[in-house]
Ligand binder design. Structure first.
Ligand code: BES
Ligand code: MN
Ligand code: ZN
Length: 475
């Protein structure tokens, strides 16, 4: 974890820090170097002649106000590929609130590195950021301190989720996710894990989760994490798709498309991360996080196209396409959550569910599908405030034909390849009783971000969901 402290004068900065500031930062010394850097229009960056700093980077005013395109973080990312100092000084005197949150999360997330998985020999000489001094005005101190504490907790949840998601799937099996979750949750007395093993999954009628997981040598699990920040009151539920690897099943994916499928458990990882953040912030709420964990493998026991399996709410689903497995495990997990808490305040599920959502919305926006206008508004606004945005796709009975089956109650994929993301959401809606407000987030485009030319887990949409939860508690 990176430690962060507020300062109100550059004189308090540690020597040999990397200073990041606005061109107009009033605290910068009036030296020839600074004047020359200020004269540059874009990002001005130097490592020479800037003592007592090791490096000075001046970033244009517009970036500190740009809440739309992630401009500040995009400009910083290459600078942090090889840090020159373990201490940063960062000018927070005049920054848009959304950008502030994004910036702090970006910086705190530097504590996670793929090399931490210890799968690669490193000589240990690479400089890591360990300390941040946040420069502000005296009157900003109190407010900033609480924002920093909050974003630190968000980043910690993101890091736990990212680390788990980045772990290759030969290690990261359903049981491994359970073990890691139990270890991480043990740090917080308000968190409690409840695990369903394969026998209990069958026993409790979660036939869809079982159908997906039974082809693998590592059996499926359902993990429920309970957080009781108060002893009484409505329970908020989050459900995550946890496919530890998605081969597509007998409807096998081709190699290139399969390559990133260890990340098909990002939904589940992010539910875990969210629970850890909430516990760290000690929020006075009750939450249940449900992780639907299975590997979608090929093998003699793998589900076959045409298999009909029954969910724990009694609905039978024809499994046309074994590669549309996410909606199956989610359907069971949503139904299970709603049976566990019939009075749930809401159920929000998140899943790398369809490649089609990337075609529709790209890599910046998560797809939001809901029939509950309150949840839609709240999540949309929380997205804008946090900079972890969602965009709505339509979800209503016009999609009915997309889930019709001649042999079962529902069919897992339409044959027409139309409205793929929304059709998946329409299938899911059958598994949440209408009394419970429900929203579905398709995070195929946002659960990963590019780092050093490679896709790695992003921890999204944890920032969105924390922002949403905080606003929902205050209502
Ligand atoms: N896990 C994939 C979705 C996915 C694809 C996420 C690419 C991220 C990148 C999901 O299980 C899947 O295979 N979906 C199918 C749905 C189709 C069979 C209706 C897809 O998107 O092709
Ligand atoms: Mn699939
Ligand atoms: Zn999948």
């Amino acid at each position: 974890m990176i430690n962060c402290q507020l300062i109100t004068s550059l004189a308090e900065a540690r020597p040999h820090s990397h200073l990041l500031a606005r061109h107009a930062c009033a605290q910068l010394p009036e030296t020839a170097l600074i004047n020359e850097m200020r004269a540059q229009t874009g990002v001005a960056d130097t490592r020479f002649g800037c003592a007592p700093f090791a490096r000075i980077t001046l970033l244009p005013e517009a970036l500190w106000q740009d809440s739309l395109t992630d401009g500040l973080v995009t400009a910083l990312r290459p600078l942090f590929a090889a840090p020159v100092s373990e201490s940063l000084v960062i000018d927070l005197c005049d920054i848009h609130d959304t950008v502030l949150g994004q910036l702090l999360r970006f910086l705190f997330n530097q504590a996670h590195n793929l090399s931490d998985l210890q799968l690669k020999k490193t000589d240990g000489s690479a400089v890591r950021i360990r300390h941040i001094a946040a420069l502000c005005l005296p009157e900003q101190r109190e407010r900033l301190a609480s924002i920093i504490e909050q974003q630190q907790a968000v980043a910690n949840g993101m890091i736990a989720a990212r680390r788990l998601a980045d772990t290759p799937s030969d290690r990261c099996t359903p049981q491994y996710v359970v073990d890691e979750a139990q270890t991480l949750c043990a740090a917080f007395p308000a968190l409690r894990c409840e695990v369903l093993d394969e026998q209990q999954i069958v026993g409790q009628g979660l036939g869809l989760l079982h159908a997906v997981g039974k082809g693998a040598t590592c059996p499926p699990r359902l993990l429920a994490i309970h957080y009781d920040g108060i002893s009484d009151g409505p329970v908020r539920c989050y459900v995550g798709k946890g496919i530890t690897f998605d081969t597509g099943g007998l409807w096998l994916k081709e190699g290139a498309g399969m390559y990133t499928m260890k990340y098909d458990m990002c939904g589940a990882a992010n539910v875990l991360g969210l629970m850890l953040t909430v516990a760290e912030l000690n929020l006075p709420v009750r939450i249940m996080g449900v992780l639907a964990l299975a590997e979608n493998a090929i093998g003699p026991d793998a589900m076959q196209p045409g298999t009909v399996a029954r969910a724990c709410n009694g609905l039978a689903v024809e499994i046309n396409n074994t590669d549309a497995e996410g909606r199956l495990v989610l359907a069971d997990a949503i139904a299970w959550a709603s049976q566990r808490h019939p009075q749930a305040h809401y159920i929000i599920d998140m899943a790398t569910l369809t490649g089609a959502v990337v075609k529709a919305l790209g890599y910046e926006l998560s797809g939001l599908m809901t029939q509950n206008e309150t949840l839609r508004e709240q999540l949309t606004r929380a997205g804008i405030r946090s900079g972890d945005e969602v965009w709505s796709l339509p979800l209503d009975a016009r999609l009915k034909k997309q889930t019709e089956s001649t042999i079962a109650d529902l069919c897992n994929t339409p044959t027409n390849n139309a409205a793929i993301s929304a059709s998946a959401a329409w299938l899911l809606h059958h598994f949440c009783p209408p009394m419970i407000p429900w929203a579905h987030l398709d995070i195929s485009g946002t659960a990963l971000w590019r780092e050093g030319g490679r896709s790695v887990a992003s921890g999204r949409p944890i920032p969105l969901l924390v922002e949403h939860l905080l606003a929902d508690i205050e209502l």
